[in-house]
Design a protein around this ligand. Sequence first.
Ligand code: GDP
Length: 298
Amino acid sequence: MFDTLSDRLTSVLTNLRGKGRLSDADIDATAREIRIALLEADVALPVVRSFIKGVKERAKGAEVSQALNPAQQVVKIVNEELVGVLGGETRRLEHAKNPPTIIMLAGLQGSGKTTLAGKLARWFAEQGHTPQLVACDLQRPNAVNQLQVVGERAGVSVYAPEPGNGVGDPVEVARRSIDEAQRTQHDILIVDTAGRLGVDEEMMKQAADIRDAVEPNEVLFVLDAMVGQDAVNTAEAFRDGVGFSGVVLTKLDGDARGGAALSVREVTGQPILFASSGEKLEDFDVFHPDRMANRILG
Ligand code: GDP
């Protein structure tokens, strides 16, 4: 996804090579080019501004280093600033003291929530946990079915309302799933919720009601990195409407510019926890800011 950004940044930084000393003018020119590369990749403007400010201040104030030449020093600074924008340290999931740990997924329809539910479940099962999926997307007729297919593929069970027994209320389903998990010894619940194609108050309220009813240990906002600049607005709407403790970026295998998704940590203040990069269950990993920064800087 970040190939163009990566190429641009690498070439800007390569141009510095061989310079014995960097003047303030050299640093300003480099910062300008980095700025353009970030903006063209759709990184949000406030994020670009603070990034460039950080790079400039640090590069101009950099001590003369024995180990690194000036160009290497700028590369190091850009790398560290990028790691910072992406969240710094890798953030681990919070688990409940008394199981089940409840992880609620929220995001627009098509963002990849159901797929992610399967990926997370498989990942937890591989670590010896006993996860269960909870079907709280009762909006789309086929959603429960789709979650069941995903659950089957991941080899985990799905808690869903029985068809026709009148349990059409996702808040009630979420609530009941906790007692059921305690009874059946599932230590992690992954709650799939309904999304809409666009941000919608009713959907937000439903997600907030589920959140209030089950008090999840984590609410993960699932963000399709392919949506471009809309990513930032959608993230802000979910932050204000539902609130979340972490972000999952999906569709990082796509060829969109993706910079907006990279802005989400800085814009919302919440860390990126996982990254999805394909339709298969194994196309999924913990998000490591340092590894992503290294990937982008080549
Ligand atoms: P939901 O509506 O939020 O539950 O989204 P789905 O999980 O149904 O995903 C919507 C579409 O995106 C499906 O066709 C998925 O196969 C696809 N999808 C989900 N995650 C990824 C990903 O990381 N990469 C790609 N290329 N496709 C994905």
